[in-house]
Design a protein around this ligand. Structure first.
Ligand code: A3D
Length: 312
């Protein structure tokens, strides 16, 4: 006899609402959609709307909208999207002060109400927010991750599939490093149906895909104008939650606490990790050539600069 899983979503905005919908559609568990009192109507409305959709489509999981942290207690997984998104012209780092204030509140409440949860942070600047989350909540390092790599990798895969006119399902790729403009799409490691991508596309095309991937977030901000991407980020975070809840042991790129990998110690940074019932069960470190190492170091220096400016 297994009980239904519980998924706590902190932040009921654009990504939060989509997380709730996808979690229910995948029957992952009952969802608690939490936001601040000013957004009480928003989360209660989204919960009611999704519960009514469940009747049409026959889903068994329920969504509860709340502004009370007590309702989040006992969550198996928590996904944090509480925070302000970018507007055109802003960098993710511009969000640091305002989102850090929110993270202090959220992390302290997770520590009090749901210290046993596997927590996935989505709020930006990603690598600094997940660092603050783990320090403040004092949750074990293997129970805290940041979502960025799955999204960045899926953007990269999308552009590759478009360029080749092939199914995106056959593109295997990996984007390493921080969630910023100097993230590291590993072109040399990318395959399409088992064939190296470097044999299929000319260098100028590959360079253009890398550039578009790195600026993928800004491209969406430029189109939406009032905020940032939300469908693909929601799906990406759900794939991580699902791997934990179902003990899938998928290898997914995510920001995990590094302790010596690639010479990095004490920072969250994007690497391939195995996510299963034990949380982050393994960290993988693919071998890099000199130019890839240099690119990763550049990305790390950007992350380090932001993280070192975080005052907890
Ligand atoms: P938005 O639609 O504004 O939703 C954010 C929600 O957080 C709002 O409903 C707020 O009321 C709520 N909130 C604010 N303070 C608190 C608090 N203390 N406790 C609980 N909830 C609170 O934004 P969004 O959903 O579009 O984006 C959310 C975050 O995700 C932003 O920081 C984005 O920059 C970030 N984001 C990250 C990625 C990554 O790949 C890492 C991609 C896209 C967006």
């Amino acid at each position: 006899q297994t009980r239904k899983k519980k998924i706590g979503l902190i932040g009921g905005g654009q990504i939060g609402g989509n997380l709730a919908l996808i979690a229910v559609q995948k029957n992952l568990g009952d969802v608690v959609l939490f936001d601040i009192p000013a957004a009480e109507g928003l989360v209660k409305g989204k919960a009611l709307d999704i519960n009514q959709l469940s009747a049409v489509d026959g889903y068994d999981c329920r969504v509860t909208g709340t502004t009370d942290w007590k309702d989040v207690a006992g969550s198996d997984v928590i996904i944090i999207t509480a925070g302000v998104p970018r507007k055109p012209g802003m960098s993710r780092e511009d969000l640091l002060d305002i989102n850090l204030k929110i993270m202090r509140d959220v992390a302290a409440n997770i520590k009090t109400h749901a210290p046993g949860a596997f927590v996935i942070n989505v709020a930006n600047p990603l690598d600094a927010m997940v660092f603050a989350l783990q320090k403040i909540s004092e949750l074990p390092k293997h129970m805290v991750v940041g979502m960025a790599g799955v999204l960045d990798t899926s953007r990269f895969k999308c552009f590759v599939a478009e360029a080749l006119g092939c199914s995106i399902r056959d593109v295997e790729a990996l984007v390493l490093g921080g969630h910023g403009d100097d993230m590291v799409p590993l072109v040399r490691h990318t395959t399409v149906g088992g064939v190296p991508l470097t044999e299929l596309l000319a260098q100028d095309k590959l360079d253009a895909i890398v550039k578009r991937t790195r600026e993928g977030g800004a491209e969406l901000v430029g189109l939406y104008k009032t905020g940032s991407a939300y469908f693909a980020p929601a799906s990406s975070a759900i794939s991580m939650a699902e791997s934990f809840l179902l003990d899938r042991k998928r290898i997914l790129p995510a920001a995990a606490l590094l302790e010596g990998q690639y010479g990095i110690n004490g920072y969250f940074f994007g690497v391939p990790v195995q996510i299963g019932a034990g949380g982050v069960e393994k960290i993988l470190t693919p071998k890099l050539d000199e130019s890839e190492k240099a690119a990763l170091e550049k990305s790390f220096q950007s992350v380090k600069k932001t993280v070192d400016s975080v005052k907890l």
